[in-house]
Design a protein around this ligand. Structure first.
Ligand code: FAD
Length: 290
């Protein structure tokens, strides 16, 4: 697969703005997220501080963003990014089905809502994982539980079923999951990850299931979990005024980098992040020539 200049991860106002700027600057790009862009856009009843769109509803802002992307020929790659690895001179961007390559990355993933499950942080890397595609081989023949926040988690649970000895699937949404018969769907509320040296069980509001691994597949995960080696600051990604992170070629913007959580701030930072990525690409090209 061809390497792109910029991979934008997240399709909220920050990611949309970064993608538009990248395209305007003639860069090849991938925009990962959803065609609906961001749940949070739709939720606002009335937005009074977005310049040029007085009293727009969230739905109207979403429509305006979608039309802008379409007019510029930018398509959204509908996939959850599970991991981003810094490979030296490029980044490997991993989804459930594919690994993409990009010279730079703009993280625009928003903020993760909700509290961690009791035991989740304690057993992270010792039975708790956020990426079935990455860690499934570690659970060959073993018992695992997969907690899915949305249907986007189903392909990963199905893949898990090909590798693990048994798979329990706990959907945190309505509707019938589209999964192989070998996956046992359990409609219970996850309560805690239980373990000793490593995970031994998943506790729910109705009982306890002995498992070796618990996969938490949320629609958004903290960028510091997404990108190994990325520096955080108070629950956000640490960036400077140019939206540069501690990893060369990796930029971040929007709610992911801190308060205030506002559309216009997210869009502005998306623009800065993309321009910094463009600057980084130009510097790389100059260095290659020297
Ligand atoms: P988000 O909008 O959260 O977008 C991030 C996107 O990235 C999401 O679609 C997410 O699914 C996707 N994503 C995350 N991780 C991955 C991954 N690994 N792979 C692929 N995609 C991923 N702000 C205002 O300025 N004015 C208002 O009136 C206002 N009202 C609000 C009302 C409500 C009810 C809420 C919840 C928020 C409101 N906000 C308002 C805040 C505003 O919604 C946020 O500040 C803004 O959406 C942040 O944009 P963002 O692009 O940083 O992140």
């Amino acid at each position: 697969m061809e390497r792109v200049d910029i991979a934008v991860i997240g399709s909220g106002p920050a990611g949309v703005s970064a993608a538009i700027t990248a395209k305007l600057r003639g860069k090849s790009l991938l925009l990962f997220g959803s065609k609906e862009l961001s749940d949070k856009i739709g939720k606002a009843h009335k937005i009074q501080n977005y310049p040029g769109l007085p009293d727009a509803t969230g739905q109207e802002l979403r429509g305006a963003f979608q039309r802008h992307l379409e007019a510029m020929g930018i398509t959204v790659t509908e996939a959850r990014v599970n991991a981003v690895y810094a490979m030296g001179d490029y980044f490997a961007v991993q989804t459930a089905g594919e690994t993409y390559e990009a010279t730079t990355v703009v993280l625009a993933t928003g903020v993760v809502q909700g509290k961690a499950l009791p035991g989740e942080e304690e057993y992270l890397g010792r039975g708790v994982s956020y990426c079935a595609t990455c860690d499934a081989p570690l659970y060959r023949g073993k018992a695992v539980a997969v907690i899915g926040s949305s249907p986007a988690a189903e392909p990963e649970a199905a893949y898990m079923a090909e590798v693990a000895g048994s798979v329990l699937y706990l959907p945190l949404y309505e509707g019938t999951p589209d999964l192989p018969d070998t996956v046992q769907v359990v409609r219970e509320k996850p309560a805690a990850v239980v373990g000793e040296a490593t995970v031994t069980a998943l506790r729910t509001d109705a009982g306890e299931y002995p498992v070796d691994g618990v996969f938490l597949l949320r629609d958004a995960m903290a960028p510091t979990q997404l990108v190994p080696g990325l520096e955080g600051a108070g629950g956000h990604v640490a960036v400077n005024a140019k939206m540069q992170t501690n990893l060369p070629g990796c930029f971040a913007c929007g709610d992911a980098v801190g308060l205030p959580y506002q559309y216009v701030k997210a869009a502005g930072e998306g623009n800065v992040a993309a321009l910094s990525a463009v600057e980084y690409l130009a510097a790389r090209k100059r260095n290659e020539k020297e």
